[in-house]
Design a protein around this ligand. Sequence first.
Ligand code: ADP
Ligand code: MG
Length: 295
Amino acid sequence: ATPTALLVGTGRGAQLGILIKGPEVLESTQAVDTIVLDKTGTVTTGVMTLVTMDAADGVDKKELLRLAGALEHASEHPVARAIARAAADATGDLPAPAGFTAVPGLGVRGQVAGHDVMVGRERLLRDAGVELPADLAAAKDAAEERGGTAVAVAWDGAARGVLTVSDTVKPGSAEAVRRLRALGLRPVLLTGDNARAAGAVAAEVGIAAEDVHAEVLPEGKVAVVRDLQAAGRTVAMVGDGVNDAAALAQADLGLAMGTGVDAAIEAGDLTLVRGDLRVAADAIRLSRRTLATIK
Ligand code: ADP
Ligand code: MG
């Protein structure tokens, strides 16, 4: 009966939009007691829009957006796409950047129109010896207080402004969290984004503040999963980004969003084809039931 039951399970899975790498991955769903959720693109839509611009004294907002947008045009990050789109809408053609570098979890650097430009977390600027002046730091704090993701823009060795983008929680995410809890799983939110934006999303979907890990660098995501495992938990992880791949592989059960990047899909045990977080609960319920049929 074993092979037939597994085939039925995986066939039903395909109908629900769940792709399973192999029947052996179902085994870990029995013991899973914790589910780590990436924020951007997993709990939220990952489609960000530019909401506010704050420019340093003497800096033209249009120029701020043009230089930042030109650089971000070379990046695939959701923050980058929002800034590049807004810049193209506002200023038309963007100059092509030269010498572009992405620093995972921090931002981007490169040359635009003869300027040395950086866009990213305050930490990216600080690592290059650039400090945010008090007025921009206050603007960043205020934007984050409202749940936004604020990134700093610098060129030629000075901070020039703060651009704030924001994302929305997917319509099914709160229900997904409720259903995962009903299966006995403890949800944890994991993100490279700022603590206030992460806290706002956690509150909206019903994740406890103590279960939020924010400002985590890409290599830190796998460490969060490993620490939970070291504390005796059996961990499922749901993610969509390049930054999530190592954590998906480390988890006892890795669930990749089908809307995510190939690296995440390759690292996961299961793929949620439509990128609907509610299907994570279906996958675990179905898998447990399939295993119960076999035993
Ligand atoms: P998440 O875990 O939410 O997917 P990441 O680890 O990819 O986030 O990024 C963390 C933070 O690093 C972002 O919230 C942003 O502040 C900054 N960042 C990353 N990439 C970029 C970029 N291309 N442009 C500007 N900021 C970026
Ligand atoms: Mg993500």
